[in-house]
Each structure stands twice: as C-alpha cells, then as structure tokens.
Design a protein around this ligand. Sequence first.
Ligand code: ZN
Length: 341
Amino acid sequence: MKFFQTKYVTEFEGIPLNGVRRRAFNKLNQDIYSQKIKINQIKECFCGASNFLALSQLDRFGLPFGSQICQSCGLVTQKIRIDESSMKHFYENIYWPLIEGKEGNYFTFSKESHPDPFFSSQMNFEKKEITIFEVGCGAGNRILNLSSIFEKKGYVVEKCGCDYSINALKVAQNRKIKTVQGGMKDLANLGKADIVILSHVFEHFTDLKVAMAELEKLVHEKSFIYVEVPGINDLENKKEYKYNYQMYNVLAHTYNFSLQSLTNVMNYGGFELITGDEFVRTLFKLSKKDSFKSEFISAFSDTMISLEKANVKSEKYKRFRNSYFVNYLIKIIKAFLARDI
Ligand SMILES: [Zn+2]
C-alpha cells in the first residue's frame, strides 16, 4: 500500500487542551499503552479497494488518528481506529470530557435551525401511535425535538433511546424516554421503530456492514431512517471547524461522509435514499437488496474539489484572524466587556 500526501497534510493547528481535556487525553494515552483500548490499522476501504490518498496525519487534538480518502469510491476513513471491543470503554470514560472540555455535558446539537427538522414533513403514517428510536441519544434532545413535532400533529409517540454513557441515559430517563445502555443490537430488544434517528452517530461506527445489519433489525418496510453526519463536502460552510480539515478531523470519527459516499454505503446495506443534502441530513428507507449496486457513483472528485474550496476559505479566515486590525478590535471588545462587568 502506498500513501500519497496532499497539501491538506499541514502543520498542526489543533485546539488547546484545558484541564478536563488534558486529563481525558492522558487517560486515553495510558489506556492505549496498557492495551485497555485496542487500536487497528485500516488497510482496506469499505468498497474493498486499498488505493488511499492521505488527507491528514493528526486529528484536532494532535492525536495520531489521521485520515485517508479511497480513490475508488471516495469514502474517507481513518488510518488507525479504536477497536470495536474498546468502544464502550472509550465512550464511557474518555469521549465526553475530551470533546466538550467539561464534565457532565451531554447536550450537543440541541438546536434545530433547519426549516424542516429531520425532514419530518416527508414522514407520513397511516396510524396515530408511532415509535421513535434514537441511536446514541445522549440526554435525548433530538428525540424530544422530533417527538414534539409529531405530538403537535396529534400523534402519540413512544420514545426509546440507547447510549453508552450511563450518566447521559439517567438524564434521558427523567425526560420520559425509555433507555437501553449500549448500541443498536441492545435497542433491538425493544422491537422495531417507525422512525430511527442516527444523528452524529454513523461516522463513529467501526464496521459499517455490521452496523447496517443491526439497523435493518430496528426497522420495518414503512420505517423512516434519519441519518445526520457532519458532511465533509460542506466544510467550506462549517465555521465551527474554521473551515479547516484538521479541526474537522477527530479521533472518534472513523469515517467522514459526503452525501454520495453515505448513499453508496447505505445502498450496499439495502437502504434507499428518500432525500438528503450535503450538510449531511438524509432520510432513508429499507428497500429490496441488491437493487442499487448499479447506481454506485464515486464520491472522490466532488470531495477533493470541496476540500480545496474549504482550504482556500480556511487560509483566508486564518489571515483575517491574524491581521493586526482584527486583533486590535478583539482586544478593544474584550476591554469593553471587562469594563462593563
Ligand atoms: Zn472505497
């Protein structure tokens, strides 16, 4: 296997580590060293090819979880990843303090600014009692948001969620969500759902084929599957990452998807796209297997073009932030805020 370097492999521009992040970072290092957390090297893409192009060497924390794009199908995957058997330990002990930089915070992605959240206007049911499952529900903000949309329309909604974090589940339970500790296969014990939410979860899976087989068990023919991931082709619009690929890349994301690369994977699993955008927000449904393989379209060129656009914007943003005038303005604003307090 030969790695090619792109210009996106730049010097480290990660985020500074505060006390909580530093402790999580040190624990991660210790657990990898003592093999409590196992690491695998990725040599083959989901599509079977192994002609990768390196995109980054480090993640946003400076950890050596670089990423690579498959030149055949365009799916972006990590060079090394945490083994599935270590995931529970990783999410229980390291993930939240490392990502959020503070203890006890499970409330990410709480705002729904989209005009049609979850594409709910496209979900129709013949019955008035529906069940919603959320995989990786955290404190349950998203499942409650979607449930309230249907409850306002007169539906009775049963809400069930799973997560690895027991502390997050305690919060969800208090909010009248039936909870299961674990992943999709544990949620399957509760039966099937009319809607399954996988929001900022799919990019964390280690084995996509296993994940889709487990997902299939959660749905019936008329179920809707809402999958949301941080779309790689949308990086030029993602200010939260400073439009910078290094900032976007994080050790917990085993894959970076575009709308096309996600659709390719889901089609392989027997799921059909109803609607979607590059954000990425998508709605899928179960379909007859093997009917989509002929529609396979490589996501490679579009993603490389999008990364180039984001890179131009990121450089411009960096120049702007580093300019004398902007720094001067920030200092003045800070001085005024301090004076008011
Ligand atoms: Zn591939």
